[in-house]
Design a protein around this ligand. Sequence first.
Ligand code: GSH
Length: 222
Amino acid sequence: MSGKPRLTYLNGRGRMEPIRWLLAAAGVEFEEVFLQTKEQYDKLIKDGVLLFQQVPLVEIDGMKMVQTRAILSYIAGKYNLYGKDLKERALIDMYVEGISDLMQMILMFPFSPPDAKEKNLDSIKERATNRYFPVFEKVLKQHGQDFLVGNKFSWADVQLIEAILAVEEKIPAVLSEFPQLQAFKTKMSNMPTIKKFLQPGSPRKPPPDDHYVETVLKVFKR
Ligand code: GSH
């Protein structure tokens, strides 16, 4: 065993992508196992590896962790990306949960029926520009610091840069009314660990395509 965390999921973004982002931003290398067949997934269940019969699964520090949120907060705590006290941690949690709500819409988008795609894309744009991005634009403007919480790089920053890039892939001009977020994006993208993760050949996964959607449906078929 290499000592590196081992991630088990499909070979695509889904619920594992924020975990990949957080580990990469913390400068932690990891190994990945990709589920390609229903048999592989059923075997994990049969072997009792998945607490709730679901992935993501992250094997780390002798634990077999499931539940995305629990995995992310463990990593954030372990690598000092979770604030200096309970109040900073509460703020990070609030920001992260808000961003996760937006990311949930993006996560489900590839599974929308064709006739709902346009409407769902409009909803993502509406929520990003009217509900979520204005919050972070205001936070950054008010305190004038580089990072969202405590003037220090945290899980909330990682979650936000991931969300900005994911929304921009769908709606390229989405940041046009958000100068603080534009500057934030530039700064985050130039942090050495994030810069490396954004390079081709990194463990970052491409946007989901039809093949990915088919694989998800096949692996989790009941
Ligand atoms: N609350 C869980 C988490 O955040 O990790 C949800 C996990 C989840 O829904 N995982 C999906 C899964 O394993 C794959 S993304 N689906 C199969 C199933 O629920 O039977």
